[in-house]
Design a protein around this ligand. Structure first.
Ligand code: ZN
Ligand code: ZN
Length: 382
């Protein structure tokens, strides 16, 4: 369009911002923001919301707040973009502040705003408040809880260590639990070392997703942790019999306006030799800082591998190594991952953020990890 001498309008900008949001292409998103200003394109509610959403979902929540505050007109979607963005970044209190302000301004939260509010309560440890939001959804807001709301509720209970209640809730759900709901409870079992419930959840995952290699591996690993060797072997055999393969992990990173893609053990990148050198440097420096490759906890993970070498080649580690060599010191590194980040990568990235003094943001599907100075915004629960 630009080569043809055309100037994009509001609609073009909304579409482009949406593309940036999906790819976590913050630099390109910022460039678009500058283009909008330069070409004096009118920032109406739709475009303003797209900007807030882009900044929030690309992990630049400060910019999302600035754009939000400057907007003359805001609708439910604008407020929702900010509430959800803040909640996903682990800023629960701030998200709830906007959730209340939104209602004071006379707007009624929709189903997605309530997802944000529940995630916020979960992150801020406000379990009782979260329970009351959930229970009053139909009465106060006229919204029937959907599977997403149940997922948030399970996550909140699990995070607080209320595993039995979370399991009970799943049983009472009016719909079949999905990967996220069960995955949330499984995550809680991992954190709170509850093998008994974990086994039941993993069995359920396998029944629901017989084509997903991850389900077999988790269940087999949980059997191993419970020392049920025969069962563990049986599940591995079943996986082989059914010829099930695991979908590979994949991470994206944007550098200078180009999105680079890495899969596990990838060596197809033109800069591969330097990336692997950086990876070695990363591992030796984090080891000195106390990192030990964690294989036992990894047994619980959706995205797991048994050998340390395989763990070291996870796509997010490769993307991170590439990020470190191709961006200037002090610049935050943003990665988007298709699967859940495993415990080992999580621990490693925390240390990388400290050792290299970098802010690292990893988004996977519905969650954000903001690593800074050795800790993560998820407070090690995801
Ligand atoms: Zn990993
Ligand atoms: Zn995290």
């Amino acid at each position: 369009m630009q080569l043809k001498g055309l100037v994009g309008d509001k609609v073009t900008m909304v579409s482009l911002l949406l593309a940036c949001t999906h790819l976590v292409a913050l630099e390109t998103g910022k460039w678009l923001h500058a283009y909008i200003m330069k070409k004096v394109i009118e920032v109406d509610v739709a475009l303003g919301t797209a900007l807030v959403d882009m900044y929030a979902k690309c992990g630049s929540i400060e910019n999302a707040e600035i754009v939000f505050e400057e907007l003359a007109e805001k609708d439910v979607m604008t407020w929702t973009a900010l509430v959800v963005g803040l909640a996903m970044c682990g800023q629960g209190d701030e998200a709830l502040k906007y959730f209340h302000e939104m209602q004071i301004s006379g707007l009624k939260p929709d189903a997605i705003t309530l997802v944000g509010a529940l995630v916020a309560c979960s992150h801020a440890g406000l379990v009782e408040e979260g329970i009351s939001y959930f229970n009053s959804m139909t009465k106060t807001y006229g919204i029937q809880p959907s599977i997403e709301h149940y997922g948030c509720f399970v996550d909140m209970l699990g995070r607080a260590g209320r595993i039995a209640e979370a399991e009970e809730l799943i049983k009472k759900m009016p719909m079949t639990p999905d990967h996220f709901v069960l995955g949330g409870l499984l995550g809680a079992c991992r954190i709170h070392c509850n093998l008994e419930v974990a086994e039941r959840v993993a069995q359920q995952l396998l029944e629901l997703y017989p084509d997903n290699g991850g389900s077999y591996i988790i269940l087999s690993n949980i059997y191993s942790l419970s020392r049920k060797w025969e069962e563990a072997k049986r599940i591995r055999e079943l996986m082989a019999e059914r010829k099930i393969k695991k979908s590979p992990g994949c991470s994206l990173i944007e550098v200078d306006g180009v999105v680079h893609e890495f899969i596990k053990g990838d060596s197809s990148h033109p800069q591969s030799p330097v990336i692997y050198e950086m990876l070695d440097d990363m591992l030796s420096r984090t080891k000195k800082a106390g990192y030990v490759s964690n294989k036992s906890e990894v047994l619980f993970d959706m995205d797991e591998e048994e050998k340390e070498t395989a763990l070291n080649l996870h796509s997010e580690k490769l993307a991170l190594a590439f990020g470190l060599i191709s961006t200037s010191p002090g610049i935050p590194i943003r990665i988007v991952k298709n699967l859940r980040v495993c415990s080992d990568c999580h621990a490693a990235i925390k240390l990388v953020s400290k050792v290299y003094n970098r802010e690292i943001i990893v988004r996977n599907r519905n969650r954000f990890h903001q690593f800074k100075n050795g800790s993560c915004s998820c407070r090690d629960f995801w």
